[in-house]
Design a protein around this ligand. Structure first.
Ligand code: PEP
Ligand code: MN
Length: 338
C-alpha cells in the first residue's frame, strides 16, 4: 500500500499516518519529494482497510499495490489452471462447450437435448434441478427427481454434468449426482455456501453476480479456494447496466481482464448474457475470439414450451451451426474445440 500525502501536509500529519501504519505491524518507507511525501507500507496489508487512511488528515490518496485474491491471482500461480472433468478440459488451449436446457423438465426432454448437444460437440451437459427464479410462482425445478434424471442421462450419453446448488443444505445431495457444482449469479456472494463448497473437492462453475465487479468475482473464487478447493471455472454471464434491450450486458472485456489477473479458466454464457436466442451466436463467437476458455449455451428442442428461459434457448440445429462457427474462430486464434 502506498499513501500519498497532500502537498501541504504537516510533519505531525505525516507522523500520525506513520504511527497508524506501525500499529498494523507495517514497516514504513518514507520518500520525501520536492512537492509531496509518499509513505510506502511494507508487510501484510490483507487486514488493513485502506479507507481508514483515506480519511486521515493530510492524506491525498491511497493505492493498494497487491491484489487481495492471493490464491485466485496470477502473482503466486503464474501458469493457467487446467480442470479436467471426464473428457472435458477447461483452461489451456481447448475451448470447451457446456450445453443443455435451462431446467430439467422430463426424461424425454433431457435425453433428446443431451443427445443433440453431445453429437454437436458439447463436452458437458447442463440442466437446472433447483432453479433460482425471480417469481416464487414460477417453475422452481424438479429438485432431486431432476438430479436423478441428469445422472441417468449422463450415464446413458457418457457426458459429465453441471447443475446449480442454491443452498448449503442441498450441497451433499447435488454433489452426489453431478460432476460440476454450479454457483449461480444470485449466489456468487453467498459466503456460507462458498465456504461449504470450498470443503468439497468437486469442480465448481462460479457465475459472476449480475452486479459484481471482476474483483468481487475473484474474491468469491478466493473463498472457495481458501477451503482447499482449487477447481474453479469462472463464468461471465452478463451484468446489469442501463441498457435493457438485452436481458443483461455480456461483459466481454471481463474475459481478457480475468485472464490477465487470474490463472483460473473463464467461460462465457451468452444465453443469460443476452436473453435473446438470435443474439446468442454472435456473442458466443465474440467470446471465443476474446479468449474465453469455453461457452455455456442453453438449448431446447421445443423452446416455445420450455418451463424456463425458452426465448434464449437455441434449437438443436442452431446449436450445431454455432459449434461450426466457434470451431472456426477457435482455430483462427490457435485454439481448438475437440
Ligand atoms: C443458470 O445457468 O441456469 C442460471 C440461472 O444462470 P445465472 O445464475 O447466471 O442467472
Ligand atoms: Mn436459464
Amino acid at each position: 500500500m502506498v499513501i500519498v500525502m497532500r502537498e501541504n501536509a504537516t510533519e505531525q500529519q505525516i507522523q500520525d499516518v506513520t504511527s497508524k501504519l506501525h500499529e498494523f505491524g507495517l514497516n514504513v518507507h518514507k520518500v520525501v519529494g520536492t512537492q509531496r511525501t509518499i509513505l510506502g507500507a511494507i508487510g501484510d496489508v490483507s487486514n488493513v482497510d485502506h479507507r481508514a487512511f483515506k480519511l486521515m488528515d493530510g492524506v491525498f490518496e491511497v493505492h493498494r499495490i497487491s491484489e487481495p485474491y492471493k490464491l485466485a491471482g496470477r502473482i503466486f500461480h503464474a501458469e493457467d489452471t487446467i480442470i479436467r472433468v471426464g473428457d472435458a478440459v477447461f483452461g489451456g488451449n481447448e475451448v470447451t462447450v457446456i450445453a443443455g436446457p435451462c431446467s430439467i423438465e422430463s426424461a424425454e426432454q433431457l435425453l433428446t437435448i443431451a443427445k443433440a448437444v453431445k453429437a454437436a460437440g458439447a463436452k458437458v451437459l447442463r440442466g437446472g434441478a433447483f432453479k433460482p427464479r425471480t417469481s416464487p410462482y414460477a417453475f422452481q425445478g424438479l429438485g432431486v427427481d431432476g438430479l436423478k434424471l441428469l445422472k441417468e442421462v449422463s450415464i446413458e450419453c457418457k457426458i459429465p454434468t453441471v447443475s446449480e446448488v442454491m443452498r448449503e443444505s442441498q450441497l451433499d445431495l447435488v454433489a452426489e449426482y453431478v460432476d460440476i457444482l454450479q454457483v449461480g449469479a444470485r449466489n456468487m456472494q453467498n459466503f456460507p455456501l462458498l465456504i461449504e463448497i470450498g470443503k468439497t473437492r468437486k469442480p465448481v462453475l462460479l457465475k459472476r453476480g449480475m452486479s459484481a465487479r471482476i474483483e468481487e468475482l475473484l474474491m468469491a473464487a478466493e473463498y472457495i479456494m481458501a477451503g482447499g478447493n482449487y477447481q474453479i471455472i469462472l463464468c461471465e454471464r452478463g451484468i446489469r447496466t442501463f441498457e435493457n434491450y438485452t436481458r443483461n450486458t455480456l461483459d466481454l472485456s471481463a474475459i481478457p481482464v480475468v485472464k490477465k489477473l487470474s490463472h483460473l479458466p473463464i467461460i462465457a454464457d451468452p444465453s443469460h448474457g443476452t436473453g435473446l436466442r438470435n443474439k446468442v451466436a454472435p456473442m458466443a463467437r465474440a467470446a471465443v475470439a476474446a479468449g474465453a476458455d469455453g461457452l455455456l449455451i442453453e438449448v431446447h428442442h421445443d423452446p416455445e414450451h420450455a418451463l424456463s428461459d425458452g426465448p434464449q434457448s437455441l434449437l438443436p440445429q442452431q446449436f450445431v451451426s454455432l459449434m461450426e462457427q466457434v470451431r472456426m474462430i477457435a482455430s483462427a486464434i490457435g485454439r481448438k474445440i475437440e
